[in-house]
Design a protein around this ligand. Structure first.
Ligand code: HEM
Length: 150
């Protein structure tokens, strides 16, 4: 199960890297329309939250330390913050079709800053999951038998 934990946290990292890529795809798309951020939205609203939940379940089933199980949930919590940042930005703008203001742009910009926090949290989970899996292999490895020398 520890291997599954490592694989899922690795897949989560890959999905997050893709999320940055899809953000750039959206930024360069012309004309900007409703589909511009479709890949970013699907990955961000479905794939990343699902992988984050599965990673946390795998951590719990593998009996990882409580702190590591909690940390596995952090990417999901921070994705919720990603959505909230957009909601608050839109509220300040007064509707997504209106002009932005310096205040709403300040809030929207936090989406990129928080994105780095999501990456950092997921990278830490992956690193600790690998260490946790390596500990298990060491414990499982056959211990050398010491024969007393007469
Ligand atoms: C860990 C990385 C990221 C995650 C998890 C994430 C997640 C999300 C989510 C969940 C949404 C809402 C989608 C919706 O309401 O349908 C969204 C929208 C958006 N994100 Fe991200 N995001 C990330 C990184 C970025 C980055 C780096 C940028 C650009 C610098 C960016 C730009 C945007 C934009 C422009 C939207 C609005 C799309 C629209 O108007 O439909 N995101 N993001």
């Amino acid at each position: 199960m520890r291997r599954v934990f490592v694989v899922l946290s690795g897949l989560l990292m890959i999905a997050l890297v893709l999320q940055f890529y899809f953000a750039a795809v959206g930024a360069f798309d012309r004309p900007q329309d409703d589909d511009t951020y479709a890949l970013h939205s699907i990955n961000g609203m479905m794939i990343i939250p699902l992988l984050s939940i599965l990673t946390t379940v795998a951590a719990a089933v593998a009996r990882a330390p409580g702190r590591l199980i909690g940390l596995s949930l952090a990417p999901l919590g921070l994705v919720v913050v990603q959505v909230l940042i957009i909601v608050v930005g839109n509220v300040i703008t007064g509707g997504s079709d209106e002009d932005t203001s310096p205040a709403s742009l300040f809030v929207f910009g936090l989406h990129a800053v928080n994105a780095m926090l999501v990456m950092g949290a997921a990278a830490t989970v992956l690193r600790r999951a690998r260490t946790f899996a390596a500990e298990k292999s060491t414990v499982d490895a056959p211990q050398p038998t010491v024969t007393p020398v007469a």
